[in-house]
Every structure is written in C-alpha cells, then in structure tokens.
Design a protein around this ligand. Structure first.
Ligand SMILES: NC(=O)c1ccc[n+]([C@@H]2O[C@H](COP(=O)([O-])OP(=O)(O)OC[C@H]3O[C@@H](n4cnc5c(N)ncnc54)[C@H](O)[C@@H]3O)[C@@H](O)[C@H]2O)c1
Ligand SMILES: [Zn+2]
Length: 369
C-alpha cells in the first residue's frame, strides 16, 4: 500500500492507494477510530457494481451500515439532494459521531463532503473514489459542494475528508469515455508539474486501465501526490492552487457554451489545454515544438468532440462571466514548457479572442472527417 500525506494544519490526513484496497477499507477505518456504524453514500449504478463488496467487508469487520443512494448524474448534484441526504441521516438517527463514506465519482464525493460539512454543523467523512477523475482530483483537497440552477459548483464548503482510499481496480468497470476524461486531467498534472508523468501517460495510456495495473497505479499516485502537495501548500484557493486550473478557463467556457451536455469535463479540459498552449505560443512563452507535443498527446488520448458548430461569441460570453475575468483582461494559466506553467494576470482579451477564433477555424464537422 502506498501512502501520501496531506499535512494540513488542524486536519491532516492520509491518502492510501493499493489494488484491491476496497476490501481493506473497513480495517483502515477501524484503525483510524471510526465509530461502529457508518453511512455509505453512493448511487444505484455504483452500488450495483461495487456496493456489495464494500458493505460485505464493512459488516464482516463489525460495522453496522446504512446506505443513502442518490439518483445518478450531475443533474442531481443539487441542494435538493443534500436535503435528502440530511433528512435521511436524521431518519437514521445519525449522531455527530457518525462517519459518511462517499463511494463514487466527483458528483457523489462533492455531495457527501458537503452533507458532512453541514450535518449537525459538521461530521466526518471518508472518500472512496470510483472514477479516475475522482481518484486523482476531486476526492483530494476538501472542496465540496453542489450546483445551483444558475451555475456549477456555486454553493459549497471546504471540508477535508478523514482519509481517501484509492483502489485502481474500481476503474475496470468505468466506461471508456469516463476513463479518458480522467486521463485528460492526468495529462494536466504532467504539463503543470512533471514532464516524466507527461511522458508516462503519453506512452502507456492506450493499455490502461486493464492491461497495465502497475503503470495505472503509478500514474494515479503521481497525480494524487501533485494535487495533495498543491492543496497542502495552498489549502483555500490562493495563488498556487490556481495552477490546477490549467486548461479550465477555456474548458469551462466550452462546457457552458455547449450546456454541459455535449462533451465531458475532461474533453473540455483537453480542448482547453490545447487552447492555452496555443495562446502561450502566440505570446512567445512556449516553444512551437512543445505546443505541438501537448496538442498531439492530448488528441492521442481520445478524439475531442468537434467545435465546428460553435461561434466565437458563444464561447467568449461565459468566459467573461467567469470568476477569473476582470475588465478587459483575463487571468490565465499558461504553459512555458512541458512540466511548467505560469499564472498570467493580464492576458489581453484580444489575444484570447484570436486564439479561440483560430482554433475554431481548424475545427471540421464530424461528417467531413
Ligand atoms: N471537489 C473538487 O475539487 C472537484 C474537482 C474536479 C471535479 N469535481 C466535480 O466532480 C464531478 C465530476 O466527477 P466524475 O468525473 O467523477 O463524474 P461522476 O461522478 O458523474 O461519474 C461519472 C459517471 O461514472 C459512473 N461511475 C462512477 N464510478 C464508476 C465505476 N467504478 N464504474 C462504472 N461507472 C462508474 C457514475 O455513476 C457516473 O455516471 C463534477 O461535478 C465536478 O464539478 C470536483
Ligand atoms: Zn477539472
């Protein structure tokens, strides 16, 4: 078992990673002093695939368990679902000592963390992430929350988990497109911090997740370690944590412009990373050879959904509404080499516009491909 420490002041915790860790999770919780009854929060699809294994081993270890199941999907990441979780906890007579166990991807993880942050003014929770994105990103760092009708992730709280238990084996049931979505985020860590990780993913992604468990575990470990390091040094979204937003300024705009239904978050970040590399090159901050390498590696993971039907305005509009936009200048995270990024506070709107316009010109309709 590999362990990554997240040494935050006041709420330090460990991330554990091992193939088959799900069955050992109850022992770890017991050793950490978890109460004898825990509540697992998940969705019907994940429960069907992995719920029985977790519940069986929890009960075998002596835990009393209850399950709260939230309907599947991002559309249920709402305040209503939080109210349902809290109401169910009251019905179960869950006390302040109760621990919640999130078994799921980012949607379940974010909601379980938020419910734990506010139930009886705060109870403990544990993350058992079941998607690649959750294992390398959302389960780590304590950002929890839900979407509002007017926008994504607009209500929430910082609430760190007691531990994060990563079992790469859980990814064997993940649909390929969801797995690739996580790989785009994995590539992001390579570009912002670690050229070796970038090369590792570039070389091996096609054989994952099934055919090379050692490499998969190594990639997850390296990514989780970078996320843990960044959030440790910058727990509450100061300057350093912004580097994790690489590819996300453009990515979020593309997701909003396509109403969150046309592409996955990872695919949007894939486009976003290419756009950021193009912009960086345009500003003379990145060599053309590195730009080309970023583009070809991102595209090799999976073909990105074409943007041929989008207009410049429809993409720029959400970008101007973005939290990172101020006046006529944008804050962007731009690569200066593979393994290195810079936060640029005053990227001009015209440079952003030109970059998006040129990228849209290159897009071909899928029928003509
Ligand atoms: N808190 C953070 O720091 C942070 C960071 C990034 C993203 N997020 C949030 O994470 C969410 C996206 O998370 P996600 O990409 O994990 O998506 P997700 O949670 O929606 O899961 C994707 C799909 O895969 C299914 N699934 C999950 N595990 C599975 C498995 N092992 N086998 C088969 N199917 C499985 C889910 O039921 C779902 O349909 C977004 O809401 C985003 O805002 C949060
Ligand atoms: Zn992301």
């Amino acid at each position: 078992m590999q362990t990554i420490q997240v040494p935050l002041t006041g709420n330090s915790y460990n991330i554990h990673l091992a193939e088959g860790l799900l069955s050992r999770a109850p022992r770890i919780l017991q050793e950490m002093g978890a109460p004898s009854s825990v509540v697992v929060v998940s969705n019907p699809a994940i429960l069907k695939l992995h719920g029985a294994a977790l519940l069986k081993s929890l009960e075998f270890t002596g835990f009393t368990t209850a399950v709260i199941s939230i309907p599947e999907g991002e559309i249920h990441k709402t305040l209503q679902s939080i109210e349902n979780i809290l109401t169910e906890l009251v019905r179960l007579r869950a006390s302040r000592k109760c621990w919640l166990v999130a078994l799921g991807g980012g949607v379940i993880g974010d909601m379980t963390g938020f419910a734990a942050a506010i139930y009886l003014r705060g109870i403990a929770h544990v993350q058992i992430p079941t998607t690649l994105l959750a294992q390398i990103d959302s389960a780590i760092g304590g950002k929890t929350g839900v979407n509002l009708t007017v926008g994504k992730n607009l209500a929430g709280a910082f609430h760190q988990p007691r531990t994060v238990l990563i079992d790469p084996h859980l990814l064997s049931t993940l649909p390929r497109r969801e797995f690739n979505s996580g790989l785009f985020e994995a590539i992001k860590y390579g570009i912002i911090r670690d050229p070796g990780l970038f090369t590792l993913i570039d070389k091996h992604h096609a054989a994952l997740p099934e055919n090379n468990p050692e490499i998969l575990a190594k990639i997850i470990y390296e990514c989780a370690a970078i996320k843990a390091d960044v959030v440790t040094r910058d727990e509450k979204e100061g300057h350093l944590r912004m580097i994790l937003n690489f590819g996300h300024t453009f990515g979020h705009a593309l997701e909003a412009a396509t109403r969150y239904s046309y592409m996955t978050h990872g695919e949007a970040v894939g486009h976003g990373m290419i756009l950021a590399a193009n912009l960086s090159c345009k500003l003379g901050m990145l060599r053309e050879a590195d730009r080309r390498k970023i583009e070809s590696t991102v595209k090799a993971i999976a073909p990105l959904p074409s943007l041929h039907h989008l207009s410049l305005d429809v993409i720029l509009e959400p970008m101007q509404a973005d939290k990172k936009f101020s006046g006529a200048r944008f804050r962007t995270v731009l690569p200066t080499a593979i393994g290195q990024v810079e936060i640029v506070e005053d990227t001009s709107k015209s440079a952003m516009q030109d970059t998006v316009a040129e990228y849209l010109d290159q897009q071909v309709s899928p029928e003509n491909n």
